[in-house]
Design a protein around this ligand. Structure first.
Ligand code: IPM
Ligand code: MN
Length: 358
């Protein structure tokens, strides 16, 4: 497995170190070999090359089969012009360059961490286990024109979708649903947006022609955002366009209690993918060795599953995380001062997870 390692800024390098230890252990237990190449990205790359996504980095990514990504950004680079800012200047071009159209964000509330969910217990009788499929290379993020007028008095963003773009993300959601509850919820704003009218029509046609075994339902995005905090147990596989997915996935992520727990995968047609934690670079705690590496570790598991077809090793990592949590090991963000909980740092929790991989 040839993997580009882009640790980035803030807590990125600290949590990445733990993910690499976990990968190393998984590779020896499951008998595969990993070859990693590091490259600079985000603010770290800007400081060295004057750009958040240098050609060197892009070349390294192209020469590998997957990208394990940490996080980018921080106060130091916040006032740069937009195209040089780490988030906009590195992450968005990487997604577009490799056509990473399918962003997969699983949101799960672990039984031992249910107390971290900000909702009342009675609202989540059946726990939370959602997989969000967010379209990642179209919609209002990339549509043209996208400009601000010279006099600064008006601006325009363009939301556009083609049938093909809708179909390929819908297909991913339908395929995933077949391995879960055979149900897909599509979220749109078809009462207002023409792109949503196309979205709904395209998904319905695809369901009727190729996925008749899947139950498809639709929800407007404003209602979906309300339902997520009212009755999150009703959600399973959700598919939606780029910006709706951006907003709803942060909302859903908070149900897990900490952004430090949630991984994501962004993949293209050929299985090449970028794997990153949902939470940001957390500059407030960076460099102190206390960040939660679980999102990064679970991102490595998603990489084994989606880019390398090693579901066995991915499951072993996920189970090792569950066992570590069941044993009571907690970084500060998930520590509830409950009996049996042990507050540990980034390295310590990483070591426990490594120890449980079998
Ligand atoms: C995300 C982030 C990015 C997005 C930003 C950093 C450009 O919020 O991955 O969800 O909006 O897609
Ligand atoms: Mn976001």
């Amino acid at each position: 497995m040839k993997i580009a390692i882009l640790s980035g800024d803030g807590i990125g390098p600290e949590v990445m170190a733990e993910a690499l230890k976990v990968l190393d252990k998984a590779s020896s237990v499951y008998k595969f070999s990993v070859e990693t190449t590091e490259a600079l990205v985000g603010g770290a790359a800007y400081d060295r090359y004057g750009t958040p996504l240098p050609k060197e980095t892009l070349d390294i990514c192209s020469a590998n089969e997957a990208i394990l990504f940490g996080s980018v950004g921080g106060p130091k680079w916040e006032n740069l012009p937009p195209n040089l800012q780490p988030e906009r200047g590195a992450l968005l071009p990487l997604r577009k360059h490799f056509s990473l159209f399918a962003n997969i964000r699983p949101v799960k509330v672990y039984p031992n961490l249910i107390g971290l969910c900000p909702l009342k217990d009675e609202l989540i009788p059946n726990g939370i286990d959602i997989v969000m499929f967010r379209e990642l290379t179209g919609g209002i993020y990339f549509g043209q024109p996208k400009t601000i007028s010279e006099d600064g008095m008006s601006a325009v963003d363009t939301m556009s979708y083609t049938k093909k773009e809708v179909e390929r993300i819908a297909r991913k959601a339908f395929e995933a649903a077949r391995l879960r509850k055979s149900a897909v919820l599509s979220v749109d704003k078809a009462n207002v947006l023409m792109t949503s009218v196309l979205w709904r029509k395209t998904i319905t046609e695809l369901r009727d022609s190729e996925y008749q075994d899947i139950e498809l339902s639709h929800m407007y995005v404003d209602n979906a955002s309300m339902q997520l905090v009212k009755n999150p147990s009703q959600f399973d596989v959700v598919v939606t366009e780029n910006m709706f997915g951006d907003i709803l996935s942060d909302e859903a992520a908070m149900l897990a209690g900490s952004l430090g727990m949630l991984p994501s995968a962004s993949i293209n047609e050929s299985g090449f993918g970028l794997y990153e934690p949902i939470g940001g670079s957390a500059p407030d705690i960076a460099g102190r060795g206390i960040a939660n590496p679980i999102a990064q570790i679970l991102s490595a598991a998603l990489m084994l599953r989606y880019s390398f077809g090693r579901d066995d090793a991915a499951k072993a990592i996920e189970q090792a995380v569950e066992k570590t949590l069941a044993d009571g090991y907690r970084t500060g963000d998930i520590y509830q001062k409950k009996e049996g909980e042990k507050l540990v740092n980034t390295k310590e929790i990483g070591e426990h997870i490594v120890g449980y991989i079998e």
